[in-house]
Design a protein around this ligand. Structure first.
Ligand SMILES: Cc1cc2nc3c(=O)[nH]c(=O)nc-3n(C[C@H](O)[C@H](O)[C@H](O)COP(=O)(O)O)c2cc1C
Length: 327
């Protein structure tokens, strides 16, 4: 059975960390749709050390989502080690180190993907985190800074030597951001380079994509990001397809509505109605994206200020299917 360190995973389907999205509510939903591992949003080491309340909120996890990886970012070995200890005490089953974030405000501090230009520093950070952690430590990276600095294989070797339990590769460079295609050949290369589990990531949109990545690269598990937004059903479909070769029917409007409302309910439980309603507008609109009436619903959601309003917007949308099942 697949395991990251001593943490067994029920299948090969992992939900990606997505800042601003994979909060507790999202993670509980994703878990209920059958992925074996979820990850928090990226969390600042300094925010944890200074005890910022927002940082602690995004680092907190609940039993329902376990096993859960908590992702930390920073550029100093010492503070990353301290941050590791804090998130471990808060309940992390796995500690993931972010070495791939391309955002300007992160890389200008030497954090995220900027670290891929400084492999000795990566080594020190991984060493410090592993030294503090009782739980497995993993590293999530890109292929490098740019085409002239493809350092993923070197970082993979270093991470393994320092005791990392698994690696995730999103095979684009920092300079690519999200442009072009993820180069799955690099996932295969990394898999051949190291003995620890490799999680492949990038551009998986369908169950067939997931299977193709596993087959083409030999990676141990796959990680799904953007395609699961408003679409946790994809996680269920991938898990089913990998297990049985069959793809379950896509969700109808009723199921989409039920899950969107459960997602909202969880967000309200974790954050209170005022915050949840405002933060969830974007995510709720994704549940109807691509369906007739989506633009209209998005506008209505943007104006909604209570759970009640949102419930009735979705109820009206769900009911439409009864009039025209072919829509
Ligand atoms: C909105 C957004 C937020 C993200 N936040 C994080 C993050 O906090 N930590 C991280 O390691 N990667 C983050 N990523 C990268 C994803 O985890 C993933 O590597 C990337 O989206 C490629 O996978 P995909 O093609 O399946 O989306 C983010 C990506 C997006 C689009």
């Amino acid at each position: 059975m697949l395991a990251i360190g001593n943490v067994p995973l029920a299948n090969q389907v992992i939900m990606a960390p997505l800042a601003g999205i994979t909060d507790q509510a999202f993670r509980v939903i994703a878990k209920s749709f059958g992925c074996s591992l979820v990850t928090t949003e990226m969390i600042s080491d300094m925010g944890l050390i200074y005890g910022q309340s927002r940082t602690y909120r995004i680092a907190s996890t609940s039993g329902e989502e376990r096993p859960v990886a908590v992702q930390i970012f920073g550029s100093e070995p010492d503070t990353m080690g301290k941050a590791a200890r804090i998130v471990q005490d808060l309940g992390a089953d796995i500690i993931d180190i972010n070495m791939g974030c391309p955002t300007p405000k992160i890389v200008k501090n030497g954090e995220g993907a900027a670290l891929m230009l400084d492999i000795p520093r990566c080594r020190e950070i991984i060493r410090a985190v592993v030294a503090e952690a009782r739980v497995p430590v993993t590293v999530k990276m890109r292929s490098g800074w740019d085409q002239e600095h493809l350092t993923y294989l070197e970082l993979g070797r270093v991470a393994e030597a320092e005791g990392a339990a698994a690696l995730t590769l999103h095979p684009r460079t920092r300079m690519q951001f999200f442009a072009g295609k993820a180069d799955w050949g690099q996932i295969r290369q990394l898999k051949q380079e190291v003995g620890i589990p490799v999680v492949g990531n990038g551009d998986i949109r369908t169950p067939q994509d997931a299977k193709r990545m596993l087959d083409e690269t030999g990676c141990d598990a796959i990680m799904v990001g953007r395609a699961a937004l408003g679409n946790p059903f994809l996680l269920r479909a991938i898990a089913a397809y990998l297990e049985t070769g069959m793809i379950p029917d896509p969700p109808d409007r009723k199921e989409r509505t039920q899950v969107a409302m459960r997602h909202l309910q969880l967000a309200i439980e974790f954050k209170g109605e005022w915050v949840a309603v405002r933060e969830m507008r974007k995510q709720l609109a994704w549940y109807v994206k691509g369906h007739p009436g989506a633009a209209h619903i998005r506008a209505e959601l943007n104006a909604a200020t209570s759970r009640e309003e949102i419930t009735s917007i979705f109820a009206a949308w769900a009911a439409q299917e009864d009039f025209n099942p072919r829509q």
